[in-house]
Ligand binder design. Structure first.
Ligand code: BGC
Length: 424
């Protein structure tokens, strides 16, 4: 008898959700139902972490509890080490190719300054290491290259870096990290472009013509330094993200950037949610072509099952190829086909961006998400944080039962539990 009632209830719920889909608009009503029409507890709803991987901000160790929150939990990011190595190599190649003019004061020392995004963020750490490794300025610490900021290092005596050497044009040059600093503002926001713009002012007044190259963990900070100083002083500046303004600036002397394939990441972020809600194989429309023809090839992403993580692959963007990257908000063509709403009913997703003023997330990632949400029939509510406190964001997840799935971009990578506790 009990079973019968359950079945009847289920049929009624299904009928309701079918009607809701037919109407095509009432995603609120079906919010607590998954595609099979059954009630889903918040703790069982799909959860995707993106851009900031749940991990210990001191050791980098992945937070496997957060990554295994439920069977439909994933992380979407990109291969930080592969990208970091590309960034380092891009800077080194540029120096070698332009050796006849790079050493501005001709003292035989190629000096660079480095803007660090967030000392506790895996991406930032990897990029600092990648640059130091390629330029020979890295020092080993606990089996890896030290990624600590050095403050200033005019005479080469800092302990977290050492002087490297580059041989080019038949001459040996010293490479020195003259200064590096975490770009955090007084309110606590990291990757802070304005702080980087101020720092280049301070650095250029102390180091002047000793600065031959400017490197940044991202384009937001890189462009701020370029606009404030390096463009006028014709000092090549390198960033990361391939935001539109940075790619355009390559024509004006910006040295180069790295595309972290945000077009692939934004797709993956929403696609894994779509698949989990549809109850289909997670690889659908990813490694396996879906019925609309969406599929990704292996040269643009990897999936690490143990880490529950999708990683997009990076591409260097320089004067040689930047014309192909002028629109960072364009959907990736192989995954740009609309899903049929009859088969993939509208679902409601809660998604936050840790800092509404983060250049990469606001000018590249979010516009891409907005392009994909329609294609995947997801009704996404976008929440922008202040980049400083988790509660500024979590306060706006007052009623998780209204949503079918969650996509989360934490302020601090250690703080996954501030979100998952709301879903318990
Ligand atoms: C991007 C940065 C951004 C950060 C935010 C990184 O992957 O390269 O530009 O500030 O993510 O978490």
């Amino acid at each position: 008898m009990k079973r019968k009632i359950a079945l009847i209830t289920m049929a009624a719920v299904m009928a309701l959700s079918v009607t809701a889909c037919g109407g095509g608009s009432d995603s609120g009503k079906s919010a607590s139902n998954n595609s099979s029409g059954s009630e889903v507890a918040n703790k069982d709803k799909p959860l995707v972490w993106f851009n900031r991987q749940p991990s210990n901000s001191s050791t980098g160790e992945l937070d496997m509890t957060a990554l295994n929150f439920n069977k439909d939990t994933y992380y979407v990011g990109f291969d930080a080490n592969q990208g970091a190595e590309l960034q380092g190599t891009m800077v080194k190649d540029y120096i070698e190719k332009n050796i006849d003019k790079i050493d501005r004061n001709g003292d035989g020392v190629i000096g660079y300054v480095l803007a660090i995004g967030d000392i506790g963020h895996n991406d930032s750490i990897a990029r600092t290491r990648g640059v130091r490794k390629a330029l020979g300025t890295g020092v080993e610490k606990d089996g890896d290259i030290d990624s600590a900021p050095i403050g200033t290092n005019a005479d080469g005596t800092a302990t977290a870096v050492k002087d490297g050497t580059i041989e080019a044009g038949g001459k040996k040059y010293v490479v020195r990290e003259l200064a590096s600093q975490e770009m955090k503002n007084s309110a606590g926001a990291t990757w802070d472009a304005a702080t980087a713009g101020n720092s280049i002012g301070t650095w250029s007044s102390s180091f002047g013509e000793n600065i031959d190259v400017v490197v940044s963990n991202n384009d937001g900070m890189g462009m701020s330094m370029f606009n404030a100083w390096s463009k006028d002083n014709k000092v090549p500046t390198f960033g990361y993200d391939a935001n539109n303004d940075a790619v355009a600036a390559i024509a004006e002397g910006y040295g180069g950037t790295i595309s972290q394939h945000a077009d692939v990441q934004a797709y993956l972020t929403l696609r894994v949610i779509r698949n989990a809600l549809d109850g289909v194989d997670i690889d659908t429309g990813i490694g396996t072509e879906d019925e609309a023809g969406n599929v990704l090839s292996e040269d643009v992403y990897t999936y690490n099952e143990e880490q529950r993580s999708y990683y997009a692959l990076n591409v260097a963007v320089t004067a040689d190829n930047y014309q192909e990257f002028t629109d960072s908000t364009k959907v990736y063509e192989p995954v740009s086909k609309q899903l049929d709403e009859k088969e993939h009913a509208k679902k409601k997703v809660w998604l936050n961006i840790y800092n509404a003023s983060d250049n990469f997330l606001s000018s590249t990632y979010q516009p891409l998400l907005k392009n994909y949400d329609d294609l995947l029939n997801l009704d996404v509510e976008y929440i922008g944080g202040d980049g400083q406190t988790e509660s500024n964001i979590t306060n706006r997840l007052g009623n998780p039962s209204q949503y079918d799935a969650f996509a989360i971009n934490m302020v601090k990578t250690d703080n996954a539990a501030s979100y998952t506790s709301l879903l318990q």
